[in-house]
Design a protein around this ligand. Structure first.
Ligand SMILES: *Cc1c(COP(=O)(O)O)cnc(C)c1O
Length: 396
C-alpha cells in the first residue's frame, strides 16, 4: 500500500480494509487503550449516518457539533462547546472532498487532549493549505474505494495510522462466507458498471425508482444496496459482511492514483465552468470548497431554495442531480442527539449535488448550466399541478 500511494501519505502505515467503515472499526480496536464504553466522540452533525452508527455500536456516544455552512465540514469553534469530561475523540469528515480546517481542529484536540480521526472517504487527492494529502497528520484516517467514490475499486478501504501504532501490520481478521465474498465484489462490479453516466439514465435510474417503490411497500433490501447513504435506522455494522481487501484492487487503485491529479484538474475545471456560467443566478449559494486547502471536486455541491424541485426538473432535462445523500445526524432519532446544529439542518434541506465528472465536455457543461438557469428563470416557483407531476407523487 505504501508504495502504491507513493509518498502521498508519507510516514503513515497504510492498512487495506474491506471497506471504509471497517477502517474506523479497526482504528477503534487499535485505540482500545484510550476509548472506553460510554466515552464521547465529537463529530459533525451533517454526516454519513453509518459513521455515527459504527461509533455507537462500539459503545461510544456520538455527540454532534455543527459545520461551517460553506465548507460542509466540522466547525472548529463548535468542538469545545460539545466537549465534556468524557470526550476522548474527534472525527472530522472532509465532506464532498472539501478540506476541513485541520490546523484549527488539531489545535483544539491538542489543547483538550483528544484523539483526532479523519474521514477521508471523499477526499483522495484533497490537500491542506500546504499541499499535504489530508489524513496524513492525525491519529488515524479512513479512506474508501467504494463504487460511489472518486477512486473506485469495486469496494475496499484503507486505514492510515502513524507507523508506531500498527507496527506489526495486522488488523483484526474477518471471515465472510465464500458466497458473501463473491456477492460483495460481484454486485459492486455490476453496480459500478451501470452507475456510470450516461448509462445510468437507462439502467440505475429506473431501478432506483423501482427500489424506492419497493422500499415504500416494506421491502427496503434493494434500495439499501443501491443507495447506501440513505438513512437506515436499523443499520448494524457486520465486520464479516464483506470480503477482505482483494489483490485485484491494488492495480486498480495504483492506476487511478496515477491519473488522480489529471482527474482532479478536470473535475475542478468542470465545476469552475458551470459556476462561471451561473454566477449571476441569485438563488444559488456557492460553497467555499477551497477555504482550507485544495478540494478534489469529488462532489459538486450548491445550495438552493428547493433542491428536490430542481433535481426533478433537471432529471426531466437529462441531468442527474442528487439530494439527501447525507443528513443532519443530530436529528436522526436513532442517535438521540440533543445537539442543535442549525447549519447542518439547513444544509440537509438546501444542498444539491451537480455532476462534476471529469469527462464532461463543453456541450454537456452548457446543457447542465442552461437547465439550471432555465429552472430559475421560467419554472420557479412551479405551479402546483406541475409540481405534483414532476414528483410522480413520491412526496406522499
Ligand atoms: C462512503 C463513506 C464512508 C465509508 O465508506 P464505505 O467504504 O462505504 O464503508 C465514510 N464516510 C463517508 C462520508 C462516506 O461517504
Amino acid at each position: 500500500m505504501e508504495s502504491i500511494w507513493a509518498g502521498r501519505l508519507a510516514g503513515r502505515r497504510l492498512l487495506p480494509t474491506p471497506t471504509g467503515r471497517h477502517a474506523l472499526w479497526a482504528f477503534l480496536a487499535l485505540r482500545r487503550d484510550r476509548l472506553k464504553p460510554g466515552d464521547e466522540v465529537v463529530l459533525a452533525g451533517f454526516n454519513f449516518y453509518v459513521i455515527a452508527a459504527v461509533l455507537r455500536q462500539w459503545g461510544l456516544t456520538p455527540v454532534f457539533a455543527d459545520i461551517e455552512p460553506d465548507t460542509l465540514c466540522l466547525d472548529p469553534r463548535r468542538i469545545a462547546q460539545a466537549v465534556t469530561g468524557r470526550t476522548r475523540l474527534v472525527v472530522v469528515t472532509h465532506m464532498f472532498g472539501n478540506p476541513a480546517d485541520l490546523p484549527a481542529i488539531r489545535a483544539v484536540c491538542h489543547r483538550l487532549g483528544l484523539l483526532l480521526f479523519e474521514d477521508c472517504a471523499h477526499a483522495v487527492g484533497t490537500t491542506t493549505a500546504d499541499g499535504t494529502q489530508v489524513g496524513a497528520e492525525s491519529d488515524g484516517a479512513l479512506f474508501s474505494f467504494g463504487i460511489q467514490k472518486i477512486v473506485n475499486t469495486f469496494g475496499g478501504g484503507m486505514l492510515a495510522v502513524p507507523e508506531d501504532l500498527a507496527a506489526d501490520n495486522t488488523l483484526p481478521g474477518h471471515h465472510p462466507s465464500a458466497v458473501d465474498a463473491f456477492l460483495s465484489v460481484g454486485s459492486r462490479a455490476v453496480a459500478s458498471a451501470i452507475t456510470q453516466t450516461p448509462v445510468s439514465d437507462w439502467t440505475v435510474q429506473p431501478v432506483l425508482r423501482l427500489s424506492r417503490a419497493l422500499a415504500r411497500h416494506g421491502h427496503p433490501g434493494l434500495s439499501r444496496t443501491l443507495e447506501p447513504a440513505r438513512n437506515d435506522p436499523a443499520y448494524r455494522f457486520d465486520p464479516d459482511s464483506r470480503s477482505p481487501y482483494r489483490n485485484f484492487m491494488r492495480p486498480m487503485l495504483a492506476a487511478q492514483l496515477a491519473r488522480l491529479d489529471a482527474n482532479i484538474r478536470a473535475r475542478r475545471a468542470v465545476r469552475r465552468q458551470i459556476r462561471e456560467r451561473l454566477a449571476d443566478v441569485p438563488e444559488i449559494r456557492w460553497l467555499a470548497e477551497d477555504r482550507h486547502g485544495h478540494s478534489n471536486a469529488a462532489y459538486f455541491g450548491i445550495r438552493v431554495p428547493d433542491p428536490q424541485e430542481l433535481a426533478a426538473f433537471l432529471r426531466g432535462r437529462g441531468v442527474t442531480a442528487t439530494t439527501g445523500d447525507f443528513r443532519d445526524c443530530s436529528r436522526l432519532p436513532q442517535f438521540d442527539g440533543l445537539a442543535d446544529c442549525p447549519n447542518s439542518r439547513r444544509t440537509e434541506t438546501h444542498l444539491l449535488r451537480l455532476p462534476s465528472h471529469p469527462t464532461l465536455g463543453e456541450r454537456q457543461i452548457d446543457r447542465i448550466s442552461d437547465a439550471v438557469r432555465d429552472f430559475f428563470t421560467h419554472h420557479s416557483p412551479l405551479p402546483a399541478p406541475r409540481l405534483t407531476a414532476l414528483h410522480g407523487g413520491s412526496r406522499a
